[in-house]
Design a binder for this molecule. Structure first.
Ligand SMILES: *Cc1c(COP(=O)(O)O)cnc(C)c1O
Length: 396
């Protein structure tokens, strides 16, 4: 099949893309317009939690599309209520607002915290976030993010997001003043290169928040919905946050996200929050199907086992090639390289024949792994063996 150059030129050029069109996928495999297959360890950026085109997601879309697609966000619909009940039943939160992207869910979290500050903390509005964090690409979530260069890109920023250092409680304390209303972080910094917050840090933040009357907000857009081996990553630190956002994996590939809050924090008045597509039954029906598959007997256990297998395999590669180890949680992992070889490895993995391998290097000296949560033992083993060959090839 010919590559559609006119089609390429009709799209805004926002990122360097390979001249390939992906036409179909199944499970851990994806196929391009030339019929070449790739093992996909990116999965739409940790989005396709059940792999490509999983039967449960297809079934939910087909069944719901034959019933009702859009009654209006001003009316109740069954799938959004079913999914909200599942999420509140499985977490410490009492209320859910559905959104269409992680950034939109985080905007909602920021608005909710500011509203809560107006009602309870004399207008306190500042939210302490982390250096190198990523919370999305709207103006407010870019301002909340700690990505280098984002403070001047699209200036002026939305004010009120002082930056602390992950796993350094004193750096958080130093920013707390009368105008502080919340602390917000990813339990594992994803885009920063898979940097987990320690259990001590999470517990310290909870204590700090309680002491100063602040809200603790976890951005679980990347870590939530089973990615780290538990339904939500915060569970592993033994604390309960006040607000949580979800995205990516919750929709298994369709645009769905959520803002979750405890009852005492759910202070939006009518008209404060909303959106045309929010809680759309077509998307929330998919979220419900994904939730049920993740909660089935043994599923999260197998995520933990595959995470362990991947971790051990990456560590072995690190030792063999003199790399800098691996880190992560569940099936969100990174291999730390000893030089800036990430892009070359990603390139060679994609170019490999007959089958390619899709990997991601969020930083030049690091590879990130985000396979489907139902990836098999054989698929993980295959990927580790190919990675070994590709490192050898790049080093030659
Ligand atoms: C991807 C991501 C976002 C943004 O989600 P979008 O759906 O791209 O808007 C926010 N926070 C974290 C932690 C993410 O990984």
């Amino acid at each position: 099949m010919e590559f559609d150059r006119a089609g390429m030129n009709a799209l805004m050029d926002i990122v360097a893309r390979p001249e390939l069109v992906f036409v179909r996928g199944e499970g851990s495999w994806i196929e391009d317009h030339n019929g070449k297959r790739y093992m996909d360890f990116i999965q739409g950026w940790a989005v396709n939690s059940l792999g490509h085109c999983p039967p449960s997601v297809r079934r939910a879309l087909e069944e719901q599309a034959g019933q009702i697609i859009n009654p209006s966000p001003a009316y109740f619909n069954g799938p959004s209520m079913a999914l909200a009940k599942r999420i509140t039943g499985a977490s410490c939160f009492d209320r859910v607002f559905f959104a269409n992207s992680g950034a939109e869910a985080n905007e909602g979290a920021i608005k909710l915290a500011r509203k809560w500050g107006q009602l309870n903390r004399k207008g306190a509005y500042k939210i302490i976030t982390m250096e190198n964090s990523f919370h999305g690409r709207t103006l407010a979530t870019m301002s909340a993010s700690g990505k280098a260069g984002w403070d001047t890109l699209f200036a002026p920023q939305v004010p009120g997001f002082p930056k602390a250092v992950l796993n350094d409680l004193d750096s958080v304390k130093a920013h707390i003043d009368d105008e502080t209303v919340a602390i917000m972080l990813e339990p594992v910094l994803g885009e920063a290169g898979v940097m987990p917050a320690t259990r001590e840090f999470m517990q310290g933040l909870r204590a700090l928040a309680d002491e100063h009357g602040l809200l603790l907000i976890v951005d679980e857009v990347q870590t939530g919905f089973g990615r780290t081996g538990t339904m939500f990553a915060y569970e592993q630190s033994g604390i309960e946050p006040d607000i949580m956002t979800l995205g990516k994996g919750i929709g298994g590939g369709v645009p769905l996200a959520a803002l979750c809050a405890r009852e005492s924090v759910s202070c939006f008045a009518h008209g404060d929050q909303g959106g045309t597509y929010n809680g759309n039954p077509l998307m929330t029906a998919v979220g419900t199907a994904v939730f049920d598959e993740l909660m089935a007997d043994g599923f999260l256990e197998s995520v933990r086992q595959r995470g362990q297998q991947l971790s051990e395999g990456l560590l072995a590669l690190s030792e063999k090639w003199g790399l800098k180890g691996e880190r992560g949680s569940g099936l969100l992992r990174a291999l730390m390289l000893d030089r800036d070889e990430g892009p070359a490895i990603v390139q060679a993995a994609m170019a490999r024949t007959p089958e390619g391998l899709l990997l991601n290097a969020p930083r030049p000296n690091l590879l990130r792994f985000m396979p489907a949560l139902n990836v098999t033992e054989e698929e993980v083993a295959w990927t580790l063996a190919r990675l070994d060959e590709i490192i050898a090839q790049v080093r030659k």
